[in-house]
Design a protein around this ligand. Sequence first.
Ligand code: ZN
Ligand code: ZN
Length: 324
Amino acid sequence: MSTEVVARLKREILIDSLPVEISTGRLTKIEKPEGSLPLRLNRQHAAVLGLLHALCLLALVPWLFSWSGLVLAVAGHFVFGMLGINVGYHRLLTHRGFKCPKWLEHSLAVLGICNLQDSPARWVAIHRLHHQHSDRQPDPHSPHAGFWWGHMGWVIFQNRVHDKPIQFERYARDLLRDRFYLKLAAQKRWIGIYAGHALLFFLAGFILGWSGSGTVTGGLQLGLSWLVWGVFVRTVFVWHGTWAVNSLTHRIGYRNYDTADDSRNHWLVALLTHGEGWHNNHHAQQRSAAHGHKWWEFDMAWWVIRAFESVGLASHVVRPKPAV
Ligand SMILES: [Zn+2]
Ligand SMILES: [Zn+2]
């Protein structure tokens, strides 16, 4: 059914106001989640997103380029993006795909915070809500409510449901029993941690640049280079990787499993997110710590969890069940 036909049907039978799902054949169109309607900008989120994207443009200034800054961006994608978000926030805290010592769990959560993607408890609650209602109401970020909505629109518009105590009670109760996560969420301390880590990047670069060049200008140059590349560029790159999992891999790619949602596997998203792009596999077996289920579905985050396991830092690792 073409989108024109759907639009005409909507007008004719006045189903616009009803929370119905309209099959368009290849995909299902849904409305944006009720909690976000009528749309209201989340000014804080929109400002931070806009600012960080604008600050990334500083990477185009040749004076701010350094090879060490570039190395920090790539390494940071691995350390903060993969260990923090993929292994920490997602596979460990949200899905409990393995167990590890508390100090390691908290460390992974702090690495996750350094991507400015929300406090661990709020991130987990939103993601569990997504799994419970994938591509249906009230999925917070289905791309079937609009591609850009699924990618980043859901972040810059308010969703009144996400901050309700009942949401945390229902979807993140296990985390909030731990005072560490409770404090991070309640007092917004996670934002301070992000700012602190950015400052550390700048100071480390400044001290090294100053001692290497003997000038304050040299220090400023390297400090700002590390800040731009190691923090701003890397943060925005990790953002779009995480968002691509929500948007692209609910729209394009292949399916190993006939799940009730429209989750898909896509090699490019998997490559850019260290394995998270095998998203259909993940929706089919949510607790599995491995997202790559076929031999060619390379999943670096899984190999890191295996490495933790081999040195005794991870136990109760949930492995994928053989497909039937
Ligand atoms: Zn998940
Ligand atoms: Zn999904």
